[in-house]
Design a protein around this ligand. Structure first.
Ligand code: AMP
Ligand code: ZN
Length: 442
């Protein structure tokens, strides 16, 4: 396919192309408001500031941000479910959630105003890919606690497009709807887009001839330039990278413009820093480290210096598209062991927890993640049994395996294959146990 350049379309010219000096003063004003609100309304933040002897009034410049402590995922867990909300539930009109390190999810709460801001940043995302009221948006992100489906839904409605909230799964039906409704825009995880492409090929559908897809918005999991080429070629569309996370708002935190030199961060709402993950020291533009966000306009659940665990670099060079917002590079890795499997966050600790609920299984296990060409991720967990269970024979082993499978599904919210193996069957390592074998290569 010859690649047509996407047109440059900017949803909110005033905010997205603001001179950086003006942007910085706006950020400072909003930062001060956010810190004051968090201090007054959230005991967790009050304690965090007090422990450093910092008062909200001490934040006088953007650099003073460094005086605040970091917020991490376990703080959300410790304050589960609503402890970090800065508004009473009467003002919270929506919650979303994402998997945490244990069985309990990470919860986010939104006021009406928060939903409005989220919708605005999602409208910017869609406009960045050239979407207008002439488009039909096939939204195959999950609609539920996961933020993807609702985020795209809201943004697509705001730009006036015709949105089809199809959600994920039932791929054959998706093929029919994409064709019959004349979808021009596809929203889903990058891996699911290839499943759609493959299913279409199996049905003998000539996508370039029969479908009208023009652009796709892909995110929620890591993907590569190679995968972009593959998606663009198979689905005959422009593939746009989008980034976001539940703790900050969901999708809409950052999006690529047609120049594809990284994703512009909606910095008037989310203040970005990159830090050295070891020392916590802020790093300059162009230096790779852990991405940290402070929300600037969120009412329901403000976040101060939230460590995303995502590794990237920031680039503040002017972009030919005219946006003045900094760009973040593709996420190149994580500082923790979180895996993203079929778009769902999975921690080895959750897997271990589920295994250890089953009598007769040992904490000796290996997690194997694989992806065959154009199919979804497969998750297999091999776990050793105790000698006692092993001696009980096949029926007992099968029962333990079935129980482990059931609990795994419950704990992770996705299907996995647990295989019990005899005691001592798995390789032992001399140092850190290598628990995860990720064979997915793109
Ligand atoms: P969730 O809160 O469940 O939506 O998960 C958010 C996490 O998904 C982020 O912290 C990233 O690790 C990952 N993620 C989201 N978008 C992307 C993307 N475009 N590329 C790589 N990873 C992503
Ligand atoms: Zn740009």
């Amino acid at each position: 396919m010859t690649k047509r350049q996407l047109e440059v379309l900017i949803w909110n010219r005033e905010c997205e192309t603001m001179p950086r000096t003006d942007l910085r003063s706006l950020q400072l004003r909003r930062l001060r408001e956010t810190v004051a609100r968090a201090y007054q309304r959230v005991p967790f933040y009050r304690r965090a500031l007090d422990s450093r002897g910092v008062k909200p009034e001490d934040i006088r410049t953007l650099e003073d941000l460094r005086r605040l402590s970091f917020t991490v995922k376990s703080d959300l867990r410790d304050n589960y479910p609503f402890g970090l909300f800065a508004e009473p539930l009467a003002q919270i009109v929506r919650v979303h959630a994402s998997s945490g390190t244990t069985g309990k999810p990470i919860v986010a709460g939104y006021t009406r105003h928060d939903l409005d801001i989220w919708t605005e940043v999602m409208a910017r995302v869609l406009a960045a890919g050239g979407v207008t009221d002439r488009d039909v948006v096939h939204n195959a992100y999950g609609h539920g606690l996961f933020t993807g489906g609702f985020g795209f839904h809201q943004g697509a409605e705001r730009v006036g497009a015709t949105v089809v909230p199809v959600a994920s799964g039932l791929t054959k039906r998706q093929l029919m709807l994409i064709e019959d409704f004349g979808a021009t825009v596809l929203c889903c995880t990058p891996s699911y887009s290839l499943v759609i492409a493959e299913a279409a090929a199996d049905e003998g559908i000539d996508i370039g001839f029969r479908w009208q897809l023009r652009v796709g918005f892909f995110g929620a999991e890591p993907w590569s330039e190679r995968m972009r080429e593959e998606i663009e070629e198979k689905l005959h569309l422009h593939a746009v990278n989008i980034y976001g996370l539940t703790e900050i708002v969901g999708p809409g935190v950052a999006v690529e413009c047609p120049f594809q030199q990284g994703m512009h961060i909606a910095e008037d709402h989310f203040l970005a820093e990159v830090i050295d993950p070891e020392t916590g020291e802020p790093l300059g533009y162009g230096q790779k480290g852990e991405l940290v966000f402070t929300t600037l306009t969120k009412e329901g659940m403000p976040m101060l210096r939230y460590r995303t665990r995502d590794l990237t670099t920031l680039d503040d060079e002017p972009c030919p598209c005219g946006r003045t917002l900094v760009r973040m590079d593709r996420v190149t890795g994580r500082t923790d062991d979180m895996l993203i499997i079929r778009g769902v966050n999975v921690y080895p600790s959750q897997i271990e927890w589920a295994l250890l609920q089953v009598a007769g299984l040992e904490p000796q296990y290996v997690i194997v993640v694989d992806r065959q060409r154009d199919s979804l991720d497969e998750l297999e967990i091999r776990v050793e049994t105790t000698a006692k269970l092993h001696a009980e024979g096949a029926a007992a082993l099968a029962a333990a395996q079935a129980e482990a499978n059931r609990l795994m599904h419950q704990a992770l919210g996705l299907s996995a294959t647990v295989m019990v193996v005899p005691p001592g069957a798995l390789p032992r390592s001399e140092g850190k146990a290598q628990r995860v074998i990720d064979k997915r290569q793109r």
